[in-house]
Each structure stands twice: as structure tokens, then as C-alpha cells.
Design a protein around this ligand. Structure first.
Ligand code: PA5
Length: 467
């Protein structure tokens, strides 16, 4: 079976010296980690972390998604996701990991007959207008994804596109071009979907945005692009089983969370995610949100000000060897570097023996690019080791739905475990709300008058500090 592997040798003092983690550090965490294991188990039993059960309880949903995809996929040139944050990063990461990197540019038959995929997340007006230059909206299916149904970015795009569809298509046709993914009961989007008769998929109420990739948030866009969502969930189920291991030092996801927790306590306030595969590049974006929004918290569960968290840094091997690795090796001891490698790529390409007479190029002749990327990964690992920088390696035997399901679930469990150790609420995001509320207030949204007054009372900027 293709299983995810975690190698944390180079997190240990034995290898990287004083910046690492010692067996005594692990032993000192044992009681706290055992409490965290128990807390996770109890929360699951009490139905407080519903995302844990997603690999097992969605048979009907999968059938609904697959039959919907089979019914509509031939009717559209493109499937366009309207969503942001947890409603966009997962769909992008999974699409990029599994499908051809130039998927949209391939002829339809090479896409298995599936539509193109676009994800419109930001509200940059140029981007949306340029998307309209690229697609014929009358041949697109728009998937509006919003758990809350009130996210300004997503709902503004939805309103723009709905109006455009209404201008171009008969009223009865419009609803065939919209599918909504939202909460079953709460929020504007479910109300709109019911009133206007859109096909709807649901996000379980107990599953928050950044933990929702394995719900229809991610499953529908994936299936619409021919990705095997059953295999994705099977991979997650396998990782769930591994994550049920109660000995935290034998549980890869718990250990990942624990090692990062100890490192955080030792002042490593950054978590670098560096895949050595283009297919996994966007996993770093998804991970960045998961890690940052879940663990970056001002208060602990007892209301103490703790201001914890680790800044996620996105990097790509080997590209960022020529950009960031200088800092990682010679800069401060303030980060944990995670190398994410792949044993077997989908393709092999051999470098020709073109310049055998030039020693500094000749050594490349006959070597595959597969060997080159993997050797460079090992070389970076060595450079980090030599400079005493804690790092670990996650390896996927190959990138497919089954291993990707493991990887996503692994990071979710690891994040939740780190949150337990930090004794924080992993699943809220009050810091995001502040910015959202300030936006509402500036636009004069009813109910935000007090916030508007608060904003208006902020110190005026000084001309002296402006050039
Ligand atoms: O993780 C989260 O909760 C957020 O990133 C949300 O996914 C994001 O803000 C979008 O929210 P919604 O799905 O309600 O539109």
C-alpha cells in the first residue's frame, strides 16, 4: 500500500545540534501530549470535530456528486468555483496535484471529456474581467461555495455572474448554470438557493472552512474534473486509521504537531512547507491557511493572552533553492523546514549526453530530471543538516488521489493536535472577523454602526509619515 512517510531525524539534537529537539524534550511533553490525545478522542466521540468522520460517512453524498457530474459535465466548457479561503484553496490544491498542470489548455478529450476548471477567489476586478475574456459564461457552470453565505468576496462574484447570466440567458436557463455549496440551514446562500431553485450540496454544520476540503467543497470540483473522489476519501480513511494510534510518538500526524509545538516553544516561529514537486506546489497554500488560521491565536481556552502561532512560509523545491534556501541555511534559527518529496513521478525525462566534453555539464548527461530533483532535495536536506537547521521530510510514494487524501487528512490531524497542545481554539478565526467587520462598517452595512464609530475614532494618519 502507498503510505505517507514521515522522517524527523533532522529535527533531533543528535543530528542538528542545539537548535533541535532532544529525547528529553519529547519525554517532557509526554503527559501533556497524552492529555491532548485524550482530548481529541473525547471531542470526536462527542461530535465536536466532525471533519474526522468525513472519510467514512459520505456514501450518499458521493453518489449524489457523481450522478450530478455525469448528468451535467458534457453541457459545459468550464466549471468555475466562486469561493475564498477554505472554499477555494483545497479545490485548487487537489486539482493541481492530480491533474495535468496545463489541464485547461488540453483539448477536451485529453481532459477525459471533463470541463475546464477555474477558481475565482480574489475580488481583484482585473482578474474577474479577464476571466470573462477567457470564458463564455453561457457555457459555464458556476459553483458558488460559501459556508456562511455572507462572505463579501464570494457573494459579490455570485451577484455579478448571476446578473450577467440573466442578461444573456432565458430565466429558466440561468439556474442550470449555478450550483451552490453551503450550510444546509444557515445563511443567505441556502435561502437564495432554495428561493431561486439551484442545485445544492451541503457543508456539514460542524465542519469549518479550512477543514472542509473533503466535503462537497472539494469533492464536487474534483469530481467535475475527473478526479477519483472515492480514492481521495479512501486515502483519508487510511490516515484516519493511522491517526487513531494513541501512542503519540507512533502517530505520524500527532508527532508532526508535537514536534512543531516543541519547536515553537523553542522560538521557531515559522513553518516552511517546501514540496519538491510542482504537483504539490498549491498544497503549501492550503497548508498555510490551515496552519495560520488554526494556530495563530491571541487567547488560550482559559482566556489568557498567549499570542501563539507559527507563520507558514510557502516554498517550492527546487525553485526556491535559488531564492530562499540561502536564508534557511545561514539565517536565524527561527523556522522548521518541511520538505515534501515524491518517490515516483508520473513522467520520466532523461537529460541528453550533449556536452560530455565539458565536465561541469557532462555529469548531467544520461541522468533523469527525476534523479536531479530528488538529488537536489537530498542536497538541501544535507545543507540544512550541516547548518544545524531543524527539518523533516514527508514522502509520498507517488502523487495520486489515495496518497493526497492521506496528506490532507494528515495535516488536518496534525494541526488539530498542535492546537490541543497549545490549548487554543483551533477552529475559530476571530482575527479574520475583525477585518470583515471593519469592511462592513466602512460600507455602512446595517448593524455595524458602532463599529463605524469605532473606526472613525481611530488616530488620523500624519502627513509627516507620508512621502
Ligand atoms: O477557514 C475558514 O473558515 C475561512 O477561511 C473560510 O473558509 C472563508 O472565510 C470563506 O468562508 P465562507 O465559506 O463562509 O464563504
Amino acid at each position: 500500500m502507498d503510505l505517507l512517510k514521515l522522517d524527523y531525524n533532522h529535527m533531533m539534537t543528535e543530528f542538528v545540534g542545539p537548535a533541535g529537539i532532544s529525547p528529553a524534550d519529547l519525554a517532557a511533553l509526554d503527559a501533556q501530549a497524552k492529555d491532548a490525545v485524550l482530548a481529541m478522542k473525547t471531542k470526536r466521540a462527542e461530535g465536536k470535530i466532525d471533519w474526522r468522520d468525513l472519510p467514512h460517512n459520505q456514501n450518499n453524498i458521493i453518489e449524489d456528486i457523481l450522478s450530478y457530474v455525469a448528468e451535467v459535465k458534457d453541457d459545459f466548457d468550464a466549471f468555475v468555483v466562486l469561493g475564498i479561503g477554505g472554499s477555494a484553496l483545497g479545490p485548487i490544491a487537489v486539482q493541481q496535484a492530480i491533474n495535468h498542470p496545463y489541464y485547461n489548455e488540453l483539448p477536451r478529450e485529453k481532459r477525459g471529456g471533463y470541463p475546464k476548471l477555474y477558481v475565482a477567489d480574489n475580488v481583484d476586478p482585473e482578474r474577474l474581467v479577464y476571466l470573462f475574456d477567457t470564458i463564455d459564461i453561457t457555457k459555464c457552470l458556476f459553483n458558488c461555495i460559501s459556508k456562511s453565505g455572507s462572505t463579501s468576496e464570494t457573494m459579490s462574484q455570485f451577484m455579478i455572474i448571476k446578473e450577467m447570466l440573466e442578461e444573456r440567458l432565458p430565466k429558466e436557463e440561468v439556474k442550470k448554470h449555478i450550483v451552490c455549496t453551503t450550510d444546509k440551514e444557515k445563511g443567505n446562500l441556502i435561502r437564495i438557493a432554495k428561493e431561486e431553485g439551484y442545485k445544492t450540496f451541503f457543508i456539514p454544520s460542524g465542519v469549518g472552512g479550512r477543514f472542509s476540503e473533503l466535503t462537497p467543497v472539494g469533492l464536487l470540483p474534483a469530481a467535475m474534473c475527473g478526479i477519483d473522489i472515492k480514492a481521495l476519501l479512501l486515502g483519508a480513511a487510511v490516515m484516519d486509521e493511522r491517526s487513531n494510534e494513541e501512542d503519540w510518538q507512533k502517530n505520524p500526524a500527532f508527532l508532526y504537531g508535537a514536534l512543531h509545538y516543541i519547536a515553537m516553544k523553542q522560538g521557531k516561529n515559522m513553518s516552511v512547507m517546501m514540496p519538491y514537486a510542482d504537483s504539490l506546489k498549491y498544497i503549501s497554500d492550503w497548508y498555510a491557511q490551515l496552519w495560520a488560521e488554526s494556530l495563530g491565536k491571541k487567547y488560550d481556552l482559559d482566556g489568557n493572552v498567549v499570542q501563539v502561532g507559527q507563520t507558514p512560509v510557502k516554498a517550492l523545491g527546487v525553485t526556491d533553492q535559488h531564492s530562499q534556501v540561502q536564508l534557511y541555511t545561514e539565517g536565524p534559527f527561527d523556522k522548521v523546514i518541511v520538505l515534501l518529496g515524491v518517490e515516483e513521478f508520473k513522467e520520466t525525462i532523461t537529460i541528453p549526453k550533449t556536452y560530455q566534453d565539458i565536465p561541469s555539464l557532462g555529469f548531467l548527461g544520461g541522468v533523469t530530471q527525476n534523479q536531479l530533483i530528488q538529488t537536489e532535495q537530498m542536497a538541501t536536506e544535507y545543507a540544512l543538516l550541516k547548518s544545524g537547521k531543524p527539518n523533516m521530510t514527508i514522502t509520498l510514494p507517488r502523487v495520486n488521489e489515495f496518497t493526497l487524501g492521506q496528506l490532507l487528512y494528515f495535516f488536518e490531524v496534525a494541526t488539530a493536535f498542535a492546537g490541543e497542545l497549545l490549548h487554543i481554539n483551533t477552529f475559530d478565526q476571530p482575527g479574520v472577523e475583525e477585518g470583515k467587520n471593519a469592511t462592513y462598517a466602512m460600507f455602512g452595512r446595517p448593524g455595524y454602526e458602532e463599529k463605524k464609530r469605532e473606526l472613525d475614532a481611530r488616530p488620523a494618519k500624519k502627513a509627516a509619515y507620508q512621502l
